[in-house]
Write a protein that binds this ligand. Sequence first.
Ligand code: SF4
Length: 491
Amino acid sequence: MNYNDMIRYYTEEKRLKETVKISEEELLKQRDFIGKIRKFNEDYEKKNNRKRTMHISTFGCQMNAHDSEKLQGILEEMGYIGCDDEMKADVVIYNTCCVRENAENKVYGNLGYLKHSKEERPDMKIILCGCMMQQDTVIDTIRKKYRHVDIIFGTFNLYKMPELLYTNIMTGSPITDIWKEHGEIAEDLPSVRKYKYKACVNIMYGCDNFCSYCIVPYVRGRERSRRSEDILKEVRSLAHDGVKEIMLLGQNVNSYGKNLGENITFAKLLKMVNEVEGIERIRFMTSHPKDLSEELIYAIRDCDKVCKHIHLPFQAGNNEILRRMNRKYTKERYLELIGKIRKEIPGIAVTTDIMVGFPGEGRKEIEDTIDVIKKVGFSNAFTFIYSKRTGTPAAIMEDQVEEDIVKENFNDVLKALNEIILEINKEKVGKVFSVFAEEVSMGNSEFLTGKTDDNTIVHFRGSDDMLGNFYNVKITDCKTFYTVGEIVEEN
Ligand code: SF4
């Protein structure tokens, strides 16, 4: 199938489905399977004097991390408890990502190690899910070379995990259940949150953009938005549980609401979430520059809880590369958009994604990328080396770039970025910011790590009973990717 055929295939009218919620009946059916497995596990505990355990490894983006919270919630309802060592767990789940080749290779490598554990403990259940599983070649490889895998499901049927696990326990037969199209949006799944005071909320699934290097639209399906009433119900319930910061998630949040049959846009949704009592900060990702409306800029400006930070991936600064990437904007349009955002919201932090090594990218093209970096002054960026993904149009482009050229260009991009990020951080030294204490610092348990409204990472002295609160922190020092400060007062 060539690129145009692929686009046609995914945009055919008959494949467009209205967003529908999973039925009560289906949800009850899955709850019934959860109850049955819970009973097995209770019996097991009585007999063996220990609870069954689980280990979930998550690869890839925030969407996957959020899906893993749902999987963990379901397994906890079944009576499983967490286990740090995947070799010893009773249920091991790999929630996979296919955006980059090295993440896929890691999954294959880990599966090799698990084979020995499965031979020693045949009752162990190995489950694979996520984007990687939506590719036929991956399923073929796993079924041929990794026969110890018990269950495989994809990105569209996560809610059926209880049924698949129950069936596998009862029959002992491997199960592969991959849907090629999305069906219902599953609401009200049990979920476990890593943090008590901040949470992610999916507002939409899938992507219609078909950037030529990206596999996401093929493995996550067409864009479909959740109903605003369901999103608000979830946000209110999180606020009721003590959550103060919400991250609204979608592959392209700016096109939220299309095909939903509601008179709603992402800007309107932001305003509604802004009204929810108890929520103090709202973040969102990811935005696509081509869909960023003036209405949204005004909403970010006017909503007091929406953080003054926007993550706006530009990927490349050269117009020909952008055209071949199918990004649907130019360097000039991107810079104009940033100008508009900064005019309306002075001081807003802009972060981005940059890809280096796309086919055809040489010295001249990378200079255009560096020019955008200098003109915008990004506060931070995710930088990636292009990874060839089979099935995408870019994978069959002839002018793939040699590794040593990619590395050199990548280093130049990093150098330009790091200089600017450090300069931006230096300007914060001596100033006081409201910082949300999010976790105990990894390297030093006497310090907490938090973020300012504009997404700056701040380390400051504190203890875990202070997590989930806001503090006025004076920045005393900075490095490229973080700052250090001291509390002036709790606010
Ligand atoms: S916007 Fe482009 S890069 Fe982002 S998920 Fe969609 S196709 Fe992939």
